[in-house]
Design a protein around this ligand. Structure first.
Ligand code: CA
Length: 667
């Protein structure tokens, strides 16, 4: 669902919001923090923002599903701020509620509103619970890892089911939030799985696929074991029910998600949540439409839904009440759930001003919160290109990073063509685009952006604006991509190409990101858009950890290298331009070869100079290294950052096909 289309450069420039959407600009807005539900010693108060409703009411229920309302409160309108209120001196804990508005003379369907913080089964009714009772023991002191620079983060993108559903996971709470609370789980070969595996691997943050309440899984029929990525938002401020052990009890999903976060934090791992404010699962029946019809979505001039998400609609962050919703929603997750970062799906559907507010207000809560997103849309939008939170506009944003599709497509081959190869698999002509990734898309005297495949200018002004990766949940996994593009070659070559590809990711400036399981050669059975494929396609087979132990050890070496060497985690564009020096190589004569040095204790590194060489060719290639007392850190598919693989005095050295060479010297 998160289309990786790159339409930014081909979109026609829209001039302004559509004539239809102009009507919403004059709506009164409400910025108070008591929207929809407040329970206090004085009782229960409701406040719904719906400026054009002709009437509004609250229905109170005893259950999350079925039965008639036990009470109905008619609401009173406040034209100055567009809200409707009702209250009762009773604290209605344990009850459920829905709102309903009269629109064009007709009562619309019931909605839990857009600010439900707890819901009954399938998110149809909001629940009134005491949130403080959902906090696990020690929650008050719970904290995620402190992050000084976002280039220090190592991201691991995972879906709850992928990690634990396979019988070999050894996890009891398969597919649940609680899976990551289980320590000591092992594979049939007695190797660590689950959270212990994450610790062994050495990542700093898990990036969980959408975990708010989404629409596609019937929480009443979990025995069918349906799978979905979750890019179909329903209730933005409530955890998804199917990841809890009891979706019909509103408190359980909240408590269990907090327990997961607490266990990860206790183990030094941060939690990034994938958020999808750019569209809703339904159009007319979305909670936005049932709350304030028309307002929260963008439209074309004729009033039809515009569709920059490719999912049927797009939201309108350029309108004040929607911008407030996004900002306050992420702040709620940061405060109530201690979330350490947010990955914005199709971020360019949102405007730059909204994203800047998101980052600024989150950093006031916790400066370690990392905000990044997909700097593109999946279709055209009425939002003018210059206002979009696009990759190309990242330098206009503050404290926000974007995914580098430059590095991704150049290293492994284009995502739209399974058979296309990349720099790491022997395709010539991509050297300059890989170099754009190496310098985190910052201006560098030796990088010629006019030769870039995706972007033609240095769009980032800091490495903290770039997330580097070669694969994610979208499209073919790295394993499948290599199996398809290197078909006919021995698996050994594919494994070496995977190591090379990820070495490029981990040594490049910016923040590295890997897709869960690739460290043990996880595939998705060749399915690229596996958003609703069964677990047999998506689940990680943990027996791979024994079979591909060499692969796992190499990935461990990559995280160790990066964690211990700030030269790979420089924090300014200026440092990169000064310390990172490419060796002159004629790519016409010797394609698929890149060599550079990180000089003069870059970033305060203990190593005075680091030499990094990549050979993406199918043949060995030779390079000449300056004389010196070098330690071999990585060579021919092996890596040993601390001990080294041996010494080297300089001179000629040969790199195996699809391999990286890393040398370091202290003086
Ligand atoms: Ca749901």
């Amino acid at each position: 669902m998160t289309a990786t289309l790159m339409l930014a450069s081909v979109c026609t420039t829209a001039s302004a919001r559509s004539s239809y959407d102009e009507q919403f600009v004059s709506y009164p807005v409400y910025s108070g923090d008591d929207l929809e539900l407040t329970v206090s010693p004085e009782g229960t108060a409701f406040r719904l923002w719906s400026p054009k409703a002709e009437a509004a009411r609250v229905n109170i229920y005893n259950h999350g599903k079925g039965g008639k309302p036990v009470e109905v409160f008619n609401m009173e309108f406040h034209p100055d701020n567009g809200t409707w209120t009702a209250s009762t001196p009773e604290q209605l804990y344990g009850k459920y509620y829905t709102f309903q508005i009269l629109h064009n003379g007709k009562w619309l369907d019931e909605t839990p509103g857009i600010w439900a913080k707890a819901v009954g089964i399938n998110g149809k009714r909001a629940a009134i619970i005491d949130l403080s009772a959902t906090n696990p023991e020690g929650w008050k002191d719970d904290k995620g890892p402190k992050v000084d620079n976002f280039t220090d983060v190592i991201l691991y993108e995972m879906h709850h089911r992928d990690l634990s559903m396979h019988p070999s996971s050894g996890v009891s709470n398969k597919g649940k939030f609680l899976a990551l609370t289980e320590e000591g789980t092992i594979s049939p070969d007695s190797l660590a799985t689950g959270i212990d595996h994450l610790k062994e691997l050495g990542i700093t943050h898990v990036h969980i696929l959408p975990s708010y309440d989404y629409n596609s899984i019937d929480e009443e029929n979990l025995q069918f074991n349906n799978y979905n990525w979750g890019y179909d938002p329903l209730n933005y401020n409530v955890p998804e029910g199917s990841y809890s052990t009891n979706p019909s009890d509103p408190a359980t999903r909240i408590r269990e998600m907090k327990e997961m976060i607490k266990t990860l934090h206790d183990n030094g791992i941060g939690v990034v949540m994938d958020v999808v404010y750019n569209h809703t699962a339904d159009n007319d029946n979305s909670n936005f439409e049932l709350t304030a019809p028309g307002y929260f979505h963008r439209h074309r001039d004729d009033g039809s839904y515009s569709d920059a998400s490719g999912c049927g609609n797009e939201t309108a962050s350029d309108l004040q009440q929607m911008q407030d919703f996004i900002v306050n929603s992420v702040k709620y997750w940061a405060q109530e759930y201690h979330i350490d970062g947010f990955r914005f799906d199709l971020m360019a559907i949102h405007d730059i001003e909204t994203m800047n507010r998101v980052a600024a207000e989150l950093k006031e809560i916790n400066p370690s919160i990392f905000v990044y997103g997909e700097g593109w849309t999946a279709g055209d939008s009425p939002l003018p290109v210059e206002q979009r939170a696009l990759k190309e506009n990242v330098a206009k944003m503050s404290g926000i990073a974007v995914f580098s599709d430059d590095l991704r497509d150049a290293v492994k081959g284009h995502y739209t063509d399974a058979s296309d190869r990349g720099f790491a698999t022997g395709k010539p002509g991509l050297e300059e685009t890989v170099k754009i990734g190496i310098v985190a898309a910052t201006a560098h005297p030796q990088v010629d952006y006019s030769k870039g495949n995706n972007s033609r200018f240095a769009y980032a002004s800091s490495p903290e604006m770039i997330v580097n990766y070669v694969s994610c949940h979208d499209d073919l996994s790295l394993t499948d991509k290599l199996k398809k593009s290197m078909a006919g070659l021995p698996e050994k070559d594919m494994l070496e190409a995977a190591k090379l590809a990820q070495t490029i990711v981990f040594t490049s400036q910016g923040t590295p990101f890997i897709f869960a399981g690739e460290e043990i050669w996880r595939d998705k059975k060749g399915v690229h858009n596996s958003y609703k494929s069964p677990d047999t396609v998506n689940a990680i087979d943990w027996r791979n950890k024994e079979v591909y132990a060499d692969q796992f050890a190499y990935y461990q070496g990559l995280t160790e290298l990066r964690r211990n060497h700030p030269a790979f985690r420089l924090t300014t564009a200026d440092e990169i331009a000064r310390h990172l020096v490419f060796d002159e190589i004629d790519s016409e004569k010797t394609p698929n070869l890149i060599s550079y040095s990180l000089k003069d204790n870059a970033g305060g590194d203990s190593w005075k100079e680091i030499k990094v060489v990549f050979n993406g060719a199918s043949e060995p290639q030779e390079v000449k290294i300056a004389k010196g007392k070098w330690m071999i850190v990585a060579r021919d598919g092996k890596i040993s950052p601390a001990e080294g693989l041996g010494q080297f005095k300089g001179g000629k050295i040969t790199l195996a096909p699809y391999s990286a060479l890393i040398l370091a010297k202290e003086k």
